[in-house]
Ligand binder design. Structure first.
Ligand code: DON
Length: 577
């Protein structure tokens, strides 16, 4: 297996020379002359960064080259994405980091998921008729959870090496000086413009004075966001949660019948948590535990699949797709039944990821016949989630590794901006189960673990993950995509471990999604049609395939070379030196 890794490196290193960028000078690291690569693939011996956006990737790389570590760079990338990728990059949202700290030889995770404000309760989105009022938990001021990103980044910075203000500065400059809107962002702006027009703060921050959206090629300057970042550069998270930014947020909440108070902001806390751990055919899987469902569900699916011999299997053939779908069916039913914020509800993680349980679950899978989801338990349909969130990965020359996924939930979150702040607020309250006790085929899930409560964190699917060998990080994985996220990472692990694909092949390979209910398999288009036919022959129902995820990942070779691969499905940019 080792030999194939090395072959992969040679091939990719050659591919990478196409993307060889100019030498960048001026960084004070003693590595000034190291060649920098930018592109879809980038290989370097010191450090690597990959994200959805080139400005953010560059910000992270410059931090590494200036002597910062992967934690510093991850903070700089996250802040820059808040400027250049407002669909998901954020100051007003939350997320998770899975981190390897080389000095301490230890893995940890940081939970900076949003929290429900103090007024929140299980029935807050129900109208007088006892049914949910449509859209209130999705768009507008009452959909917003208390943001966690700025506090999370400040906490992560306890492991950093560079001054905080130097990590904020690249983002602040991008906001103040502006950047050219690319066609991808212009398309997103065009689609969201009618909603932004309904909110004065959002229109002011994101539209021209006549209400039209920015088009591709126009320069987009964000003075209010630059002000917010300036406050954060000088005042840290305190400026956001207790200082001048908090004042503007609370004033807007009061003026718009929002939920969040000064006390809610003051009470927000990020939490360092133990990772969820598993193993898959000799590899270690280190991932995110509750309040994300990601790591638990991922490890549980891998445990089930491990019971099948995949020797000689075709990675895009029906027999493997079937086994993966049956693993997903089980694990997503468990997700809907058991997962939520473990600070509020007893989540049986150890039982869910136990190997002996997986042996029994695997024995219930026929090699060639689809089961019916309804036969596995009571029918629960899980509500659709929108396709915006973003994942990025960073590795430094010290050996630290940071796998981050963060979000404002929907594309552009709740669509609201507190006047004068320049950043979008999340609609993460919509990730809670909104209708207690109601679980039905229309998509409501009313199970207890994820009901709304004051201070609670809504269940997430985000799955930032590190795959390790002999205790050391080898692959940094993750993706956006709502409930598809966990299956995207599942697929990446199978591609890398079972099929020994190099990282670029693993990222490119077509993906599969099934989430127990609705009982439908979705294949990305690159699957051979014969696979879809064979799956239907086994009794699976096939839904319309869509693009699944946007996985910006890094691989660390045995000789220490770092390969960053940007997923080509949306946009993306890798850099290494
Ligand atoms: O936390 C979650 O799982 C969702 N709020 C993430 C939403 C998402 O991934 C949309 N993605 N592309």
């Amino acid at each position: 297996m080792k030999k194939r890794w090395m072959t992969g490196l040679v091939v990719l290193a050659l591919a990478g020379t196409v993307a060889l960028g100019p030498r960048v000078s001026g960084a004070a690291t003693g590595q000034d002359n190291a060649a920098v690569q930018f592109g879809r693939l980038a290989v370097g011996e010191h450090g690597a960064v990959v994200s959805v956006d080139g400005h953010a990737t560059r910000a992270g790389l410059e931090v590494l080259r200036a002597g910062g570590n992967a934690i510093d760079a991850a903070i700089a990338v996250g802040l820059a994405l808040a400027v250049t990728h407002p669909q998901a990059g954020n100051l007003g949202g939350g997320g998770f980091m899975v981190i390897y700290l080389a000095d301490e030889d230890r893995y940890t995770t940081l939970d900076f998921r949003e929290m429900a404000p103090a007024v929140a309760h299980a029935e807050m989105y129900l109208g007088e008729d006892g049914r949910p009022v449509r859209g209130v938990n999705y768009v507008g001021w009452r959909a917003v959870g208390v943001p966690g990103t700025v506090a999370g980044f400040e906490k992560a910075h306890e492991w950093g090496r560079m001054d905080w203000a130097d990590l904020v500065r690249p983002a602040q400059q991008l906001a103040a000086d502006g950047f050219w809107v690319d066609p991808y962002l212009a398309g997103s702006f065009r689609r969201v413009a009618p909603t932004f027009q309904r909110y004065a703060g959002s229109a002011e921050a994101f539209l021209h004075p006549d209400g039209s959206p920015y088009a591709a090629g126009e320069k987009f300057v964000q003075p209010d966001l630059a002000w917010s970042l300036d406050q954060i550069a000088t005042g840290g998270a305190d400026a956001f949660y207790r200082g001048p930014i908090a004042e503007r947020l609370v004033a807007a909440m009061e003026a718009n019948d929002g939920l969040i108070t000064a006390a809610d902001l003051d009470n927000y806390r990020p939490v360092e948590r133990e990772p969820v751990r598993g193993s898959y055919r000799g590899w270690d899987v280190i991932s995110m535990g509750p309040p994300s469902s990601g790591g638990t569900t991922l490890v549980s699916m891998l445990n089930i699949l491990e019971n099948f011999d995949l020797e000689g299997a075709d990675p895009t053939g029906a027999p493997l797709a079937h086994l993966m779908v049956e693993s997903m069916r089980q694990a997503y039913m468990d997700r809907a039944t058991h997962l939520g914020d473990a600070d509020y509800h007893d989540v049986p993680v150890d039982w869910l990821v136990a190997k002996d349980r997986a042996v029994e679950l695997a024995a219930a899978i026929s090699p060639d016949t689809a089961r019916k989801s309804a036969d596995l338990g009571a029918a629960i349909l899980t509500a659709p989630e929108s396709p915006e969130t973003t994942h990025y990965s960073v590795v430094d020359s010290f050996g630290n590794a940071v796998s981050t996924t963060y979000t404002i939930e929907a594309g552009f979150g709740s669509k609201v901006v507190a006047p004068g702040t320049g950043f979008l607020l999340n609609n993460e309250m919509g990730d809670f189960n909104e209708w207690p006790g109601m679980t039905d085929e229309r998509g409501y899930v009313g199970t207890d673990p994820n009901l709304i409560a004051a201070g609670k964190r809504p269940l997430s699917s985000m799955t930032p993950t590190i795959l390790a060998r002999d205790g050391k990080p080898v692959a940094l994985l993750g993706s956006p995509g709502g409930k598809t996220i966990i299956n995207t990472v599942f697929r990446l692990v199978v591609n890398l471990v079972d099929f020994e694909m190099n990282l670029a092949q693993a990222v490119d390979a077509p993906r599969i999604h099934h989430q127990w209910m609705p009982d439908v398999v979705r294949l990305e288009r690159a699957f051979p049609t014969g696979t879809a036919d064979a799956l239907m022959g086994m009794g699976h129902e096939l839904g319309t395939g869509r693009i699944q995820g946007d996985a910006h990942c890094i691989w660390i070779y045995p000789d220490g070379a770092r390969l960053a691969v940007a997923d080509g499905r949306r946009s993306g940019s890798a850099a290494a030196y």
